[in-house]
Write a protein that binds this ligand. Sequence first.
Ligand code: COI
Length: 356
Amino acid sequence: MISTAPGIDIQRVERSRLQETDLEHLKFGRVFTDHMFVMDHTDGAWQRPRIMPYADLELSPATMVLHYAQTIFEGMKAYRNGDGGVSLFRPQANIARMNRSAKRMCMPHIPEDLFLQGLKELARLDANWLPDGPDAALYIRPFMYASDEYIGVKPSGDYRFMIFMCPVRGYYQEPLRVYLEMKYSRAFPGGTGEVKCGGNYAAGLYPTKLRQDQGYHQQVWTDAMEHKYIEESGTMNVFFIINGVLTTPSLDGTILPGITRDSILTLARERGLPVEERKVSVEEVVAGLHNGKVTAAFGAGTAATIAPIKVIGHDGTDHELPDLGADSEVNLIGKMLDDIRRGRVEDKHGWVVRVA
Ligand code: COI
C-alpha cells in the first residue's frame, strides 16, 4: 500500500541515558532505549508520525484498552552485522502479521511503508544501544491500542500506534522444562489464537503461573476441544524431532504463525531435512518420549530464538530429553539463521533489511 505520509518528525533526547546503562547485565525487557515512535489514528486517519524521547503515557482511566483489551503487538529484533552495521530481520513479515492482527481486532490498517520507515528510523537513531555479544539484539516492540475515552463496548474510534526498543540478550537462560497442559486453553477455533493480541497472553498467565509454581518454565498448550493435539508454548512455537523428522504442529487458526518458525522450516527444507507440518498428538509425543522416537524438542520465537526443551512433563511424570548437541541439525539451523541475521552469510531469501 502506498503511504501518503509526509514523513516523521524527530525530536531527539537532550541527554542519552546510554552512559548510565549497563549493557553487559541486561534483564530482558527491563531496559529501554532513548526514543520511541508514536502515531495516532484520529478522525478516521493516521496523523503525522513522530519519534520522541522515550516517556510514560498519560491515560484517562476510561481509555478503552484498559477495559476491553483492544490491543495488539509484535516482537522483532535488530542485529549488529559483522561490519558494525545494523539490520532488521524480516520486518515485512512482522508488519503483515500486525496488520492481520489489526483486522481481527477491528483496528486500523497501518501503512506498510510508514511502519517500515518508523522501524528503520528508530533503529538507526538508537543503534548505539545495541549490545555486543552472541545473543545480543535490540528487541523491538511495535504495538497499537484503543485510545478512546469511553466505557461502552465497541471498537474504539481512536488508536495509538507506537514502537519502542529494548537492548537484550537471551530470554531463557537454560534449557526449558515444559508441561503438556490438559486442562486450560490458550485459544480455540474461531478465536484469536493466530493473531498477536494482548488478551491471548493475559488468558495464559494463570495456568502458566500454576505450572511455574511446580518448577516448569512454561506449559505447552493443547487444543481446546479435546486436549488431544499440541499447539504452541506460551512465548514460542514448538518443534519435535520424531523418528528423525523435524515436526511441528500445522497452522490451523489457533496457533501463532511465528516468523522464526517459518524461517526454521525454510532453512531445514533447504538443507534437505525431512520436515512435517501436521497435527501432532499428545499421545504420539508421550509414546515417543517413552520409546525413544522423540529425540529432541525445542521452542522457537523472536524473544526465545531457539530454546532447547530438556524436560516435558505430562500426567505427573517428567520425561527427560537429551541435549541437542552443538553439531545437531537443530543447532546448525540456529547458527545458519543467526549468520543470516548478522550478515555473516549471503541472504538468499531477502530477509535482512539494513538500517545503518
Ligand atoms: C516474541 O517472541 O517476540 C514474543 O512476542 C514473545 C513475548 C511475549 C516475549
